[in-house]
Design a protein around this ligand. Structure first.
Ligand code: SAM
Length: 645
């Protein structure tokens, strides 16, 4: 993945110029991580290519924007800091206001609103709901419109409100369909709006400003800019509440810590006043016993002082100076008695004459700090203290100028500030990484939830499948039972068929059973023997179309009568030719095959060949047991086609 480079900066400038969003003031470490993450998502590995992608895919900006703006938040986030704010800070903020004065609060970078509603609950708790509604305005701003939409909704799920103390949850939320909605009457006092802390003008006259876990995403320069806006935004005694990574160690001129650990600061109304701690106490008025040789002693003490010191009389003449003053500024005992204004020290390295005059007037100590003093190649830094010299009621005797060399302490202070800045940056970095981890954690959590949902869906599908399976099983059982029954019936049928075939084979006559259309249904073994056609060749064929030696057309009237349901008996004696081509006499008897309600569904034809001597097989008329040719037909005659009955 690309390192931050010129193309990364080009990308930021593009976003600023084309999308109106300025990320150039954001810390590069976290920013590049977030952009890289987005690029990995769309499968791009360098910034220039990603810029092209952004130009073509307008919707990608929203995704990038949402990835960069980490919106981890929560009710009473860092509970200990909120406890402190509620117990120690809010009472003093409220006490500083007149009873009917409006209290203005600003949640800057409010994400999805939890911080703003936490402020509202805390204030409502301190003031009572009615007074809260009349006096408090909570302005809640963010640059992320999506977050603001969520915040305006004021509805959160169970997991989100877990951090709200139970009594507050009960007092300030309504439960609606498993979700928690912030009370409408308090909600009205919370005003949401879009405000870009880097580019937009701040809200003014704010008594309490919460800007938590936002500054840490900005670089030092942008932080300074935003902080001077906050300084402007706050009322004179306004209080600022930052996130736990935001220590403000390098902005002590604008804000004083009230509690550094909990990140609560008060606005500093004006630059630090001159230090009054150097005022020279006049000796007590009551007289002490005189001590001899004091002048000499004082003189010696002055000379021995480690500080460079010069004493100037009320008339402006140099009265005393010590060795350090000579070493540092070249003012020596030779200059004693000269007007101080004649020596270069009076105006270099700092204009002192003005301070001396002011000391005469105000009779108090002045201090001028951090004066750069260049001597040749050496630069040092000095603090100068100008103190009045008085003695009892004698009035002003003169002025003593003391020069402290603070180069070393300044160097140490700079180093400390630098270390603080680094510490601050490292801490903020850690915190933002932490927030990223929290986001990733939330993403994981939502993936787990998604998996859980999918799992539940699968379970329910599984249950449905099991039910279907059971239904199929029971249908299967029913089919099995039907099948068994069918098999039984088929067995019965086969048995019946076999029985019928046995009977048909047992008959000595040929049998042909025809359906209503004279198609052959049954053709027994004797019929095969008689006419030389096998069962397979006849079944399904029209009887009159059979190519056999029987003149079937002559049988037509007999068959028709039989099919008409006439019970008969119908008989004919016909001359025919058997399968061997020998002429034979055949007697044919027809009887109707019973159909519904007395109709015939077909015809049974028995065909019996005349034996030598005019005898027939007799099977037509005689039951099986009586066969063997003892029977004589009622009607006989080779050419006779009469029917009886
Ligand atoms: C980590 S959240 C902090 C939310 C809340 N203050 C808290 O501490 O729980 C950071 C928020 O700062 C917002 N933010 C980032 N840059 C901003 C800017 N330039 N102006 C205003 N809000 C910004 C983001 O949209 C996000 O909602």
């Amino acid at each position: 993945m690309s390192q931050p480079d010129a193309s990364f900066e080009t990308l930021l400038v593009h976003l600023k110029e084309n999308r109106g969003f300025d990320f150039t003031g954001y810390k590069r470490s976290s920013l590049t991580r977030r952009v890289n993450r987005r690029m990995a998502h769309v499968g791009i590995s360098n910034y220039a290519e990603y810029l092209d992608y952004l130009e073509v895919h307008a919707e990608e900006f929203t995704a990038l924007f949402n990835t960069i703006l980490i919106n981890v938040t929560g009710f009473f986030r860092d509970a200990e800091a909120w406890d402190y704010l509620r117990a120690e800070i809010l009472p003093s903020v409220l006490a500083a206001k007149a009873p009917d004065e409006v209290i203005r609060v600003w949640s800057a970078g409010c994400a999805s609103g939890e911080e703003a509603y936490t402020l509202a609950m805390s204030l409502a708790d301190a003031l009572g709901v009615e007074e809260f509604r009349q006096r408090v305005k909570v302005y809640a701003t963010d640059v992320d419109e999506e977050g603001l939409t969520h915040a305006r909704h004021a509805t959160y799920d169970e997991r989100r409100v877990r951090a709200v103390p139970a009594p507050l949850l009960e007092r300030y939320f309504d439960q609606v369909g498993g979700r928690f909605a912030f009370h409408k009457d308090l909600r009205r006092s919370v005003i949401f709006g879009r405000n870009d802390l880097v580019q937009d003008a701040p809200i003014s006259k704010i008594d309490l400003l919460a800007c938590r876990n936002v500054l840490m995403y900005f670089n030092a320069e942008t932080q300074s800019r935003v902080l001077s806006r906050f300084h402007f935004a706050l009322a004179p005694a306004g209080v600022m509440f930052l996130g736990k990574a935001e220590m403000l160690l390098s902005h002590t001129k604008l804000f004083h810590p009230i509690d550094l650990k909990r990140r609560v600061f008060r606005k500093v109304a004006s630059p630090v006043p001159p230090n009054g701690g150097f005022l020279t106490e006049a000796p007590p008025a009551h007289a002490r016993p005189p001590i001899g040789g004091l002048d000499l002693l004082r003189h010696a003490a002055l000379l021995a002082s480690p500080l460079a010191q010069v004493v100037v009389t009320v008339d402006g003449l140099i009265a005393l100076c010590n060795r350090q003053a000579e070493d540092l500024f070249g003012v020596s005992s030779r200059d004693v008695g000269r007007p101080f204004s004649d020596v270069a020290l009076s105006y270099r390295p700092v204009e002192l004459r003005r301070y001396i005059e002011q000391t005469h007037v105000e009779r108090r100590t002045f201090r001028v700090t951090d004066i750069e003093y260049i001597r040749g190649v050496e630069t040092s830094y000095l603090d100068v203290q100008i103190s009045p010299l008085t003695y009892n009621d004698a009035g002003l005797l003169g002025v003593i100028l003391s020069f402290h060399d603070v180069s070393e302490s300044r160097r140490l202070r700079d180093e400390l500030q630098q270390a603080n800045r680094q510490l601050e940056t490292a801490y903020e970095e850690l915190q933002s990484t932490n927030e990223e981890l929290e986001t990733t954690n939330e993403e994981l959590q939502s993936t787990v939830e998604e998996l859980e949902t999918t799992n539940e869906e699968l379970q329910s599908t599984n249950e449905e499948l099991e039910t279907m399976n059971e239904e199929l099983q029971s249908t299967n059982d029913e089919l099995q039972a039907i099948n068994d029954e069918l098999r039984d019936r088929t067995g019965d049928l086969n048995q019946a068929k076999h029985f019928l075939e046995t009977i048909l084979t047992g008959l000595r006559a040929g049998v042909a059973v025809l359906d209503g259309d004279m198609r052959v249904l049954v053709w027994n073994r004797h019929a095969e023997d008689l006419w030389g056609l096998r069962q397979e060749e006849t079944v399904g064929q029209h009887f009159l179309n059979l190519d056999i030696g029987l003149p079937t057309e002559q049988l037509c009237p007999l068959i028709r009568r039989t099919l008409a349901g006439d019970p008969g008996p119908h008989e004919m004696l016909l001359s025919a030719v058997n399968r061997r081509g020998r002429p034979i006499q055949v007697r044919v008897a027809g009887s109707p095959l019973d159909g519904v309600e007395g109709t015939a569904s077909g015809a049974i034809l028995l065909m019996e060949m005349e034996q030598d001597g005019g005898q027939f097989d007799g099977s037509l008329l005689v039951p099986l047991g009586k066969q063997d040719g003892q029977h004589t037909p009622e009607t006989a005659g080779a050419d006779d086609t009469t029917t009886t009955g």
